[in-house]
Design a binder for this molecule. Structure first.
Ligand code: CUK
Ligand code: CUA
Length: 639
């Protein structure tokens, strides 16, 4: 692979970007070099203080700098996209599915929040799942990751974290629906989420917030010295937490090495502080490299304490398990508060982005166990720009890193970063402006051993002036960038407004996912009720069980009569075999919208507590007689 550094200027100019970003920066802050600004900014509170960098320009002054790209990203009506992109929904608690490159939103999969559009949280099964997972009405999804086999996507499951309530969920990619949620003991703020590769043997939840462990009020709540955070290893089939490792400091993001040995996390607040000032006092933090086989050996040997029924292994720096030359957790010192971490497709390096430092740290994975001083495992530290957050790969030896403060994506050469002096800008190939302040970025199949190398999405936190104004809450802006042509450089292709608030994504080729067109009744626990098999039975003084079917354009019963105060268990099978022929059971004044897709059976239990007549109807527009698809629920008053 070769590149021409001169091109960085050319490519920048052709996309309308200032050729010399330094000069632009200097003109904004006369007399202050951008590097000095980093130091000054970090000293006064870091990212928070710097986040307004683009705000130095008023909204009116911010102009779209990239001209329309020549790259064809059109997907004609009726044709399919090449890729599925799974984006987290942040505080909306869902996972969105985009088609790429069209950026059309194909689905929203509710995960941690009820969603009437899919009847999620409206039938007994999903309601019970949400209830058992804590009963919260929202979650904060950040990192959706697709299961892999042999280092490639297998299209079976996606996993996603809930930062708000310390949970991990699994999405079944046959049906594109959430099928399991685990409430992780001893962990608050489950942030990073990733699998043990290459075969998804474990799912890791990275605990961000430090709390007393157990956090049940039994210890000293005031003393931060008593707080800790844990890495949780979850069985991907049972979704049980198998073990946890207690560490020093907060953890942030995570990624697994490609051959199963290590799991990496970034961290901040190695100081153990509780205020912003205390958390950013030290100039150094660390990346933790968890040695999974050694941790499992410690669990096997009984070297743990059981807390809330989970074996917790002590991985703090002063733990006996970390003395000697076979530590279970390597603490690799980096500049303060590294944020994103991702392993290169060839498994050579783990790259941690600096956040409060303008560099990324390139960790040589093979060296981790060889070096005496963990710091020596860092073999490259290219200077990338302001606020580097996350890094993705094209499989051609390039890394792409978001620069939150500079509002740019920087493309750089990994091997050149290893060869160059620490702090050198020479590995930088080019930068492209994004709009504005990007968090994650993700390249197609970047988390696998073979990235596709064509498309990249920059998940920008601010959209400012890019769209028609819709009030004070602006949409986020997911920008599509073409990275398939190293000669032409990165090309901005389109803007795509997004509901709050995607953080990370996984992009998978369509050939690797095989969604079902209808349900297989064998996959469901509830029994299928065919036409002619419908039953309505009073099983108790105050309990009625109904099993019926639905089809165009009626339900198994035209009317159902119960008594005030009855508990009604209503089970419905959609007996349609035609794909896309959905029905639903909407019950006015009972807060129920039960969706039934073709060959699906669902059940909802409710109390008929108000006498009267309720028109049950189908809310999915199914045919010309859709409005006539109704049934009377008659609730007779108590005598
Ligand atoms: S995090 Cu949000 S931009 Cu949760 Cu991976 Cu970095
Ligand atoms: Cu069935 Cu509308």
């Amino acid at each position: 692979m070769s590149h021409d550094k001169q091109r960085s200027t050319d490519a920048g100019a052709s996309s309308g970007q200032p050729a010399d970003a330094d000069a632009e920066f200097d003109s904004l802050l006369p007399g202050l070099r951008r590097r000095d600004f980093v130091k000054a900014g970090a000293a006064v509170g870091g990212l928070g203080g710097l986040a307004g960098c683009t705000s130095l320009l008023s909204d009116e002054d911010v102009e779209g700098t990239a001209s329309a790209s020549e790259v064809d990203s059109s997907v004609p009506p009726g044709e399919h996209d090449e890729y599925y992109a799974f984006l987290s929904g942040g505080q909306s608690g869902d996972v969105r599915v985009y088609g790429l490159p069209s950026m059309r939103e194909l689905a929203r999969i509710p995960v941690f929040q009820p969603d009437a559009g899919r009847g999620y949280g409206h039938d007994d099964e999903s309601r019970q799942m949400l209830e058992e997972a804590g009963g919260y009405t929202w979650g904060d999804t950040h990192h959706p990751r697709i299961s892999q086999t042999d280092g490639d996507y297998d299209g079976r499951f996606a996993y996603v974290n809930d930062k708000a309530n310390g949970r991990m969920a699994r999405i079944d990619l046959t049906y594109f629906e959430t099928d399991a949620i685990v409430d992780i003991p001893n962990q608050q703020g489950t942030h990073g989420a990733c699998a043990q590769l290459p075969d998804t043997d474990l799912i890791f939840g990275v605990g961000e917030f430090r709390t007393p462990i157990p956090n049940d009020g039994s210890g000293d709540l005031e003393d931060p010295e008593e707080y800790g955070s844990v890495l949780a290893a979850i069985n991907p089939e049972s979704m049980n937490v198998e073990w946890e490792v207690l560490v020093d400091g907060n953890m942030d993001n995570g990624d697994g090495s490609k051959e199963g040995q290590y799991f990496f996390t970034t961290g901040y607040n190695s100081e153990g502080g509780v205020t912003e000032e205390e958390m950013t006092r030290s100039a150094r933090d660390n990346v933790k490299a968890f040695d999974i086989p050694r941790i499992e050996a410690a669990v096997e040997a009984g070297d743990y304490e059981t807390i809330n029924e989970v074996p917790v292994v002590d991985g703090r720096q002063d733990s006996p398990l970390n003395q000697g030359d076979e530590p279970i957790v390597h603490y690799i010192p980096t500049p303060k508060s590294p944020h994103g971490i991702s392993v290169t497709p060839d498994n050579q390096y783990a790259i941690a982005s600096g956040k409060l430092d303008p560099t990324a740290s390139v960790i040589d994975i093979a060296a981790i166990d060889e070096v005496d001083d963990p710091a020596d495992a860092i073999v490259g530290q290219p200077q990338l720009g302001l606020g580097p957050l996350h890094t993705a790969y094209d499989g051609r030896g390039h890394a792409y890193t978001t620069l939150f403060i500079d509002s740019q994506v920087v493309k750089w050469d990994i091997e050149e970063a290893v060869e160059a002096e620490a702090g050198s800008e020479s590995p930088v190939i080019e930068k492209i402006d994004v709009h504005y302040n990007p968090g994650h970025l993700i390249a197609a199949e970047s988390y696998t051993e073979n990235p596709a190398g064509d498309w990249l999405i920059s998940l920008n936190k601010l959209s400012k002036d890019r769209f028609l104004p819709v009030g004070p809450q602006h949409p986020e802006n997911d920008q599509l960038i073409y990275i398939g042509d190293d000669e032409a450089g990165m090309q901005l292709v389109k803007d795509s407004p997004a509901h709050a608030e995607p953080h990370d994504a996984s992009i998978c080729h369509k050939s690797k996912i095989d969604p079902a067109k209808t349900y297989d009744p064998e996959d469901l626990d509830l029994e299928y009720t065919d036409q002619g098999e419908e039953t309505m039975e009073r099983v108790d003084d105050d309990r009625v069980e109904i099993e019926m079917y639905s089809t165009r354009n009626h339900y198994g019963f035209q009317e159902m009569t119960v008594r005030e105060g009855d508990t009604v268990e209503m089970q419905v099978t959609n007996i349609e075999t035609t794909s896309d022929m959905l029905h639903s059971v909407a019950i006015p004044d009972h807060d129920i919208h039960m969706r039934v897709a073709p060959q699906e059976t669902r059940k909802a239990t409710f109390t008929a507590d108000e006498p009267g007549v309720y028109w049950i109807y189908c809310a999915h527009f199914c045919s010309a007689l859709h409005l006539e698809m109704r049934s009377r629920l008659i609730v007779q008053p108590e005598e």
